[in-house]
Structures are given as structure tokens and as C-alpha cells.
Design a protein around this ligand. Structure first.
Ligand code: UD1
Length: 417
């Protein structure tokens, strides 16, 4: 199994381009199930999760073809309405096929995604939303069995903000009869990208990017072409890579507006950051102060950047309090960072990080989830000597060629067997 060998010492310099956003591409690829014909997407990142999505779409009867970063999906009438456990268990986001299949065919059978390293991550809110539109839901033998005659628009108030739940409901509501109002909708930029694509197909969605969305159901959607938005989490990870190595890194082809919470916190910590309409430059900084962060739904600090920011705080001056409010068990990286010498006291939702500038040293560590693996690579860039990060298949799920991008900035990083 591949591992990543990171050798410390290099300060990263230069410019690097961000890939398309995984978390926008996945729901958008599932939304193709709503419309027969050929869909074309540009800026689709080359990632394991995209391959898993393509496999699932294929198992349902769709064909997909990649040509570089252009990805085409040809959708015909599905040969089955069942998303099998073998495919769903590889990627939790597979639950996003539920809304589209149910809305278009009146029936869907989707495996329960099962456990996950970052908490129990239930799908009750997805199911409640489908029920609100009139679906009958039964859980049987590890599968969700959903049925309806024709979904009917309704007002749905999410008691907790859920990105996936909002996406599933948005997709289902596009073909429902009448109007759906989503209250306490997630406001993530990826929700906006999905709404843009659904509207390109003929959906009538307004209010995306705010907490109240309105969706007027239409009879039919038709395929369109769309370029996937830049990956804000990858952009943030690359910014932190520049910062932690005291380098000068220009992150291009990103949307700084989507990174406001991170930029604010990095500035508060002492970094000088310049932005243009589509780039962020982190200027070299010799020392930085510890700052506190609390993760929360967008536009607040993204949970998907918490582990990477923690890596930055392990070598800051002072003590930082990191509070995770989105997921219940998202400090799996803490023990691994401690193996590198970080001084952290983790509690259930809060981790106290006592910064040790220049105080990390290399060791073998294990990636536990996607963003945790990125944080270990970042820490490895400054942990004296060599850090060997195991289980990097997590990294391949969500970062396109991270080692190539970091190497191009001067990092000493390579994949080893
Ligand atoms: C998405 C992102 C993930 C990100 C997360 C939060 C994708 C593919 N993944 O995940 O990278 O970390 O948003 O920004 O876009 N919850 C319930 N019941 C539900 C659904 C969710 O209790 O039915 C809870 C979750 O356990 C979690 C919280 O709600 O505590 C937020 O989860 P959610 O926003 O749904 O995350 P995902 O869509 O799974």
C-alpha cells in the first residue's frame, strides 16, 4: 500500500493551481440521474471519489467518459434503481443518488452508507426530507427502500444544517409537483454550484447561498454543460502549506470569497495575505501567534480545514483552542500529530494545542480520514527529519496529485510503496 514520505526543511515558494471541487463534483454528477442524455462537465478533479461515483452511475446503467478534466455522463433510462452496498460503502456521498432516482422513477433502493471514521454520520435528515415530499421510506436489510407516486413540494425545515441533506432534497424537489421551500438550508458554495447546474438543466431554484431556498418543480430536466467550481478546501490546504513552511505561495484559480473564514484567522495569527478575484497569496512569515477556531457551517470556519489548521497551530507561538461543532469525532488526527511531538490535549469537542515553534520531529504516522491525512502531510513538511504517512488512500479520495503540487513548490515529498 502506498505511503507518503515527507522530508522537512524546504520552504515552499511559487504558484500552484487549485483543482475542481470534489464536494461540488459529487452531487453534480449524481444530479445527472435527473435527466436523460449527455451531460458534460469541465474542471472535474481526478480523484478516487469521482471514480467511485462513475462506478455507481455505471451500475445503474449510465456511461461515463473522461478526457483529461472533462467528464461526460450519458444517462439513459436506468436499468436498476438499486445502489448496491459494495459501491455505497466506498463513499458516503453515494446517498446523494437517493433524491434524484426517487424523484425521477418513483422508487429507489439505496444501501445505508454504514459507519465512518468521523462520527456516526446518520442520514435521518435526508430520509425525513424525502418523507416530507411524500415518499414512503422503509429500512430493510441494510437498505433504504423509498417509494412514491409523485413527489409533492413541501416546506422542509432542517433542524440541523446538513450539506448532503440539502443537496438530496434540492435534487428531489426539482421534479416534484409544486413548490418546495427549504428552511435552514446549507449555504456552502458547493450548494450554489449544484443549484447553478440544476438551473442550467431547467430547474427553478432561487435562494441558493442563503438559508431559505425555493424550488418550483418542473416536468422535465435536460442535460447541460458546466465547469465545476474550484476546491476551496484544497486551496486552504495549499495556503497552510505555504504558511507552515514560512514560504511565499500563490494559490491560483480559487475563489478567495469562499475562504474568508480561513483568511481572517490566518491574518489574526499574523500572516500577510493578498487576494485577487481568483487567487490568494500567503507571504512569508517567520513567526505566528496561536488563535482559536470553532468549526461551523459556511460561511464560518470549515470543519474540512480544521485538521490542517491544527497542524499550523502545533508550531504557533502560544496556545490555541480548537472547537469542532460539526462532527462529533473529528480529532482522530490529534494522536498522530502528537506522535510528531505536538502538544495537544483533546477533549470530546475541544482540543487545546500548545504551540511548539520548530518543535515537531518526523515519525511514521497513519492517516485516519481525508482531511486528517492532509494535516499529517502539512506537519511532516516541518517535522525535523522524515515523516512517513501511511494509509494515504484517504488522501487520494480527495486531493488531486497533492504530492505533485507540493513538489512543484519545492517540498520534499514522494510516494513510496
Ligand atoms: C459534507 C461534505 C464534508 C463536510 C461536511 C460538513 C461532501 C461530499 N461532504 O458532508 O466534506 O465535512 O459536509 O461541511 O460534500 N447529520 C445528521 N443527519 C443527517 C445528515 C447529517 O445528523 O441526515 C449530521 C452529521 O452527522 C454532521 C452534521 O449533520 O454532524 C453535518 O453533516 P452534513 O453537512 O450532512 O455533512 P455531509 O453532507 O455528510
Amino acid at each position: 500500500m502506498d505511503k507518503m514520505l515527507v522530508t522537512s526543511g524546504a520552504s515552499l515558494n511559487g504558484s500552484v493551481e487549485v483543482s475542481g471541487a470534489k464536494n461540488a463534483a459529487l452531487p453534480i454528477l449524481f444530479s445527472t440521474l435527473l435527466a436523460e442524455g449527455e451531460h458534460t462537465f469541465d474542471n472535474v478533479p481526478m480523484l478516487k471519489d469521482i471514480e467511485s461515483t462513475a462506478e455507481l452511475l455505471q451500475s445503474l446503467g449510465c456511461e461515463s467518459k473522461r478526457d483529461g478534466h472533462t467528464f461526460r455522463v450519458h444517462v439513459t433510462k436506468l436499468k436498476t434503481f438499486e445502489a448496491h452496498y459494495d459501491l455505497v460503502r466506498k463513499m458516503r456521498a453515494s446517498i446523494l443518488c437517493l433524491g434524484p432516482i426517487l424523484a425521477k422513477y418513483g422508487e429507489a433502493v439505496v444501501s445505508l452508507p454504514g459507519g465512518c471514521a468521523i462520527g456516526t454520520r446518520p442520514i435521518d435528515l435526508h430520509l425525513d426530507a424525502m418523507k416530507a415530499l411524500g415518499a414512503e421510506i422503509e429500512l430493510k436489510d441494510g437498505y433504504v427502500l423509498a417509494k412514491c407516486k409523485k413527489l409533492k413540494g413541501a416546506t422542509v425545515l432542517f433542524e440541523k444544517t446538513t450539506v448532503g441533506g440539502t443537496e438530496n432534497l434540492m435534487m428531489a424537489a426539482t421534479l416534484a409537483e409544486g413548490t418546495t421551500i427549504i428552511e435552514n438550508a446549507a449555504k456552502e458554495p458547493e450548494i450554489v454550484d449544484l443549484a447553478i447546474y440544476l438551473n442550467k438543466m431547467g430547474a427553478k431554484i432561487t435562494g441558493h447561498g442563503t438559508s431559505v431556498m425555493r424550488i418550483e418543480g418542473v416536468e422535465k430536466l435536460t442535460p447541460a454543460r458546466h465547469s465545476i467550481m474550484p476546491d476551496r478546501i484544497e486551496a486552504g490546504t495549499l495556503m497552510i502549506a505555504g504558511a507552515i513552511t514560512k514560504g511565499d505561495v500563490l494559490v491560483q484559480k480559487c475563489n478567495p470569497q469562499d475562504l474568508e473564514a480561513l483568511i481572517n484567522k490566518m491574518r489574526e495569527s499574523g500572516f500577510k495575505i493578498e487576494t485577487t478575484k481568483d487567487s490568494v497569496r500567503v507571504l512569508p512569515q517567520d513567526k505566528w501567534e496561536a488563535v482559536d477556531i470553532t468549526t461551523a457551517p459556511h460561511p464560518l470556519f470549515a470543519t474540512d480545514l480544521q485538521a490542517q489548521f491544527m497542524a499550523l497551530m502545533t508550531v504557533a507561538h502560544g496556545t490555541s483552542v480548537i472547537t469542532e461543532t460539526v462532527f462529533e469525532n473529528r480529532f482522530m488526527h490529534v494522536n498522530e500529530l502528537m506522535r510528531l511531538g505536538a502538544d495537544i490535549t483533546p477533549k470530546t469537542q475541544v482540543a487545546v494545542v500548545r504551540g511548539k515553534p520548530g518543535g515537531l520531529s518526523g515519525a511514521p504516522v497513519m492517516a485516519t480520514d481525508l482531511r486528517a491525512s492532509a494535516s499529517l502531510v502539512l506537519a511532516g513538511l516541518v517535522a525535523k527529519g522524515e515523516t512517513l504517512v501511511g494509509r494515504i488512500y484517504h488522501l487520494d479520495r480527495g486531493y488531486e496529485n497533492l504530492e505533485g503540487k507540493l513538489s512543484s513548490l519545492g517540498a520534499k515529498i514522494k510516494r513510496v510503496q
